[in-house]
Design a protein around this ligand. Structure first.
Ligand code: HEM
Length: 307
């Protein structure tokens, strides 16, 4: 499910910019605070390695993330949805562009971030249902366990039994982890919403969905109907995966998901006489990747393909 979180943080622009490694003097999105705990990069690398071997420069890293997410949701028992492909990879990865809500955000401020990308409140509540699987580090919710907002007590919206379990877990080691859904932790189901109703949401933003008057009804609806959640999730994630997608000639198909393709050098000084053919320049064969004389090279596919 690690790829799932990868997609989460790629969510507000599906161009695989989160996969780019930082290099000297050039930090990438990976180095931005909210992305530091994102994992699963090696799974994408392995898929890319195999795809490049079979079919070079054809499948983007952005599509790999999207399809890997679709598959990990289905493998964990969630809905199996069709998702359009044909995305291309972005040419920019800047940590200053990462502007995600935090785990203690209020519902309304988290919604502002989703709304800015064209997503609805219903879609936000649905997508947070992905917290039905995976882990969170204690540092993201520890403030709820004691002296919550300076009260000297734990967060009253958290079940006292859960407070005491989490206090034990978080008191050991350095920033341990716990399940986001304490009941069916490995199953992609609607149990997350039931847990919220039982005051067992781990992150503050999760728990607030159950009490905020704008979202409480949606939480109740999803907690009582797995089918409703599955359908809503499939449609919301397809919408999320279509945000800021690059197609046609925009962006590129990266060879390595962690680095932009090397830029081609095209500038030739007109003052230096050119030899007709240099012995060091290999002749380019007329392969399928090179347009035949008089024929226009085809653009990459624009029509989304449903996987
Ligand atoms: C308001 C929006 C959101 C906030 C504040 C938020 C926050 C967080 C935090 C703090 C963690 C724990 C990170 C860690 O300890 O490594 C987490 C994990 C996770 N999030 Fe979210 N999240 C949000 C939305 C989403 C969305 C929209 C999805 C997917 C559609 C998602 C999927 C996940 C998954 C699967 C994990 C578990 C990752 C793992 O096990 O490594 N989240 N989230």
């Amino acid at each position: 499910m690690a790829t799932k979180k990868l997609v989460t943080y790629e969510r507000l622009g599906c161009d695989a910019s989160i996969l780019i490694d930082s290099i000297k003097n050039k930090p990438s999105e990976k180095s931005a605070g909210p992305n530091l705990t994102v994992r699963g990069f090696e799974i994408i690398d392995e898929a890319k390695r195999r795809l490049e071997a079979a079919c070079p420069s054809t499948i983007s890293c952005a599509d790999i993330i999207t399809v890997a997410t679709r598959d990990s949701v289905a493998l964990a028992g969630g809905p199996n949805y069709a998702i359009p492909t044909g995305r291309r990879d972005g040419l920019v990865s800047n940590p200053n562009d990462v502007n995600l809500p935090g785990p203690s955000s209020s519902v309304s401020s988290a919604f502002q971030a989703f709304k800015a990308k064209g997503l609805t409140l219903n879609e936000m509540v649905t997508l947070l249902g992905a917290h039905t699987v995976g882990f969170t580090h204690c540092s993201f919710f520890q403030d709820r366990l004691s002296n919550f907002q300076g009260t000297g007590a734990s967060d009253p919206s958290m079940d006292p039994g859960l407070v005491s379990n989490l206090t034990k877990i978080c008191g050991t080691g350095s920033d341990p982890k716990t399940f986001l859904d304490q009941n069916t932790s490995f199953v992609f189901d609607n149990e997350y919403y039931n847990q919220l109703k039982l005051k067992k949401g781990i992150l503050q933003i999760d728990q607030e969905l159950a009490s905020d008057r704008t979202t409480a009804g949606l939480v109740s609806g999803f907690s009582s109907s797995r089918i409703r959640f599955d359908q809503s999730f499939a449609s919301a994630i397809v919408r999320m995966a279509s945000i800021k997608v690059l197609v046609g000639n925009a962006g590129e198909i990266r060879k390595n998901c962690r680095a932009f393709n090397p830029r081609k050098r095209t500038v030739v000084s007109s003052r230096i006489p050119q030899r007709k053919s240099s012995p060091r320049t290999p002749k380019i064969k007329n392969s399928s990747r090179t347009a035949a004389p008089g024929k226009k090279r085809k653009n990459p596919p624009r029509i989304p393909i449903l996987f």
